[in-house]
Design a protein around this ligand. Sequence first.
Ligand code: NAD
Length: 437
Amino acid sequence: MTKSASQPENLDLFANAKMQFDRALSWIDGIKVGIIDYLINPKRTLHVRFPVHMDDGSIRTFHGFRVLHNRVRGPGKGGIRYHPDVTEAEVTALSAFMTWKTAVVDIPFGGGKGGVVCNPKEMSRDELRRMTRRFVAELGDAIGPHTDIPAPDVYTNQQTMAWIYDTYDLMHPGKNNLAVVTGKPLDIGGSVGRDEATAQGSLFATQHLLKRGVIPGMESLDGVSVAVQGYGNAGATAARLFHEAGARIVAVSDSRGAICNDDGLDPTQVLAHKQESGSVVGLQGATKISNDDVLSYDCDILIPAALECQIRADNAADVKARLIVEAANGPVTGLADEILQDNGVVVLPDIVANSGGVVVSYFEWVQNLEYRQWSLEKVERLLQDKMYKAVDDTVDRWVALKERSDGNGSTATLRDAALVTAIERIASVVVQRDIWP
Ligand code: NAD
């Protein structure tokens, strides 16, 4: 396999997910070919096209889909994305990441993901509400508290989840339907701690990884310099929590540009500036740099928290950080993974690093089924337990894999280790359930 930057790289997210999966498989013996096919490809993809009455009196037909990737370990779980460029391949890859993530963090879910091709920035609240309600009606019983459970993703939020719950509840009267969707507002069954859960989980996972001595000489976050790509839910919260844990945030970016300050940025001030002006750029006391500069910034830890395929074959060699913490899903391509490994850069993979969000979604689901509301202290304690265990399982597996070769002369990465754990857990349930007729 070439690592040359001169070769055009396949940036299809599902192709990259398959590459990760195939790499992990080379460490596993004894899985039958038929099961391998079953584990990588989605169980079901549902396409719906439906009309919506727009504010100007016109009718527009929208295209939405829901991919149920796998549910042998429990109901499908994963967000719904509203975006003009969302594709079936992207959603399929994201649904596969969900299957592996729920397995490696060991919660009783499978993987799913959904999307509607639309531009929410150009739609009114009323149009979004009508589109969401109609989408849920079209999905019918494809979603449900025990079959496939949506959550927020890019450009969907608590309000979207409230509409999903309400529509589903109208269609299924007389039942406790709260658990059909997570990421809801607190007053209708949301969980405390869900908003911060992804970044909080990334912090717990990073702290535990460092304590395990994976990065020699960096046993804690004290004084460690951190660059963050993306300043939304995952990125801005991670910047604040890493700063509060003793790290120095030296560079951050959003879709409009990037800033840096080697003495350290105050993440709360950065967020206030972004909320006021629309971007992190222009903060007093910070120097403007380019978006690409953030990825190659001279720092100890890089947190990509924006989009997929950001660190690729053409820029991976420029990364100076010693550790990448994937708060985003799929930010590092398969070829970039190999270049980073050659250069000694450790990657804490997305299926571990950002799994805090789905872990607290699972806590929300449990609370909903029991008509309970837990305290923040309980949510954070249980989240910490889950993240530490996922890191321990991954590092232990990594140490074991490093003692042998995969047959192709490769050494294992943390991503290989996490995926091997996930695939083995899913395959084991497939075999124990004896799922074939
Ligand atoms: P968000 O929409 O809240 O924030 C995204 C941020 O990325 C915005 O600040 C945007 O300006 C920025 N951005 C977009 N393009 C950029 C570019 N080219 N360079 C720099 N910044 C850019 O989204 P989010 O919820 O924070 O999700 C971000 C990533 O984290 C996604 O990959 C998502 O799938 C993943 N993730 C999020 C959660 C969660 O609970 N929010 C959970 C797991 C994974």
